[in-house]
Design a protein around this ligand. Sequence first.
Ligand code: GLU
Length: 485
Amino acid sequence: MSDIIRTRFAPSPTGFMHVGNLRTALYEYLIAKSMGGTFVLRIEDTDQERKVEGAVDIIYNTLRKAGLQHDEGPDIGGEYGPYVQSERKNMYLPYAKQLIDNDKAYYCFCTKERLDMLRENSDEPGAGYDRHCRDLPKEEVERLLAEGTPYVIRQKMPLSGTTTFEDAVFGSISVENAELQDQILIKADGYPTYNFANVIDDHTMNITHVVRGCEYLSSTPKYNLLYEAFGWEIPTYIHLPLIMGKNDDGTISKLSKRHGATGFEDLVAQGYLPEAIVNYIALLGWCPKDNREIFTLQELAENFSVDGISKSPAVFDYNKLEWFNGEYIKAMTDEQLAEVAEPYFRQAIKTKPLDFVKIAAILRQRTTVLSQIPEKIAFFEEQPDYDKELFVNKKSKTNLENSAVMLKEAISALQALSEWNHDTIHDCLMELAAHLEVKNGTVMWPVRIAASGMTVTPGGAVEILDILGREESLDRLNKGLAKLS
Ligand code: GLU
């Protein structure tokens, strides 16, 4: 095995990147980067029936958006290519034949009909293959092969004893060999199964650390028997805890669509920032030494360590993700927010040439998910029809009568401004309040209601007038005044 740490992300192109898969990719990346190693991308497409058009692009896009740049992979190549299993198809059969020669595997000629019948006649669900071809006489095997009988190649599991392996997270795990199925290594179509290909590829690609979901724990003894059969060094196994979702009744179960979006792209489409998602999922199963929460990818790589990974199930908490997202939005500059949120601005602002950076400034502290934006800013494009009762506000000491006075005064003061910007509007309205000897709120409230038509707005009267511009602002204030007269 090489001295340098080599990890691999080995997704199957299913057309969907579950947050659990992304977490696997992230941990592989972090383990490699935290130890100066190499992060490899390998596409596991041996299941030709499950192939999905465009699925590989989703993998590339996700890794790119998440910032997980691989060092070797199908698109950039590398010393250990090809990095797509279907392109490695011819590499696996010689290894399977080597196992047959060493009595660790065998040809199986059972027909689909026979296997179906076995399954139907079995009392135990999942009882599996009855090892019918395991001890066929050599001559019989040669005859069937010579006749061109279709076959698969199966692993010959030991019938007694135990297999034990160490997992960096789950510790020492032992299974009775008698419980292990004679699993298929090479399928009838000549493709290897995932179970075989992952071992051959991890070895031939010099992978030192295998990170994957704990659903693979039960298969790992079978992989170890393969490593042993070949006399190969076993990689470090790092199986990750399950990701659960909270049910309405307070219980938890495996994270699924009914808990909310589970795909990276879906979360992004809902207005979560890739950086926030990555930060949040880093903490789903890994705990930093100091309980810190906010980490850039670079900081994660500096702080990550395998011994911080927990084996207890992690609960995906959408509220917590939203909190992270809000923190990331707050930490942006107005310009950055205007840029990433532009599609959301455009959903609401279709005709008016408004300054998105100024709008971003009033949203930044108040937005936790980008998809909240269109609704919050729709009033800039079109003022909702509002009731004049909105002008009445106890705290600001406004009623229908004094609101009319305030609007009238504000209109004439604002009209006189030679320059229309945040500071001139601000000073103008403050001076007006002082001059009229009323609370600032007594001026600001009716101005904001007339400008927006809403009691709750991102930003105050000054920001809203500044964003709307002189003409639209005065027009709205005049309409408000008309409503009150
Ligand atoms: N292709 C497998 C999957 O997508 C990868 C499992 C592994 O990392 O070994 O689940």
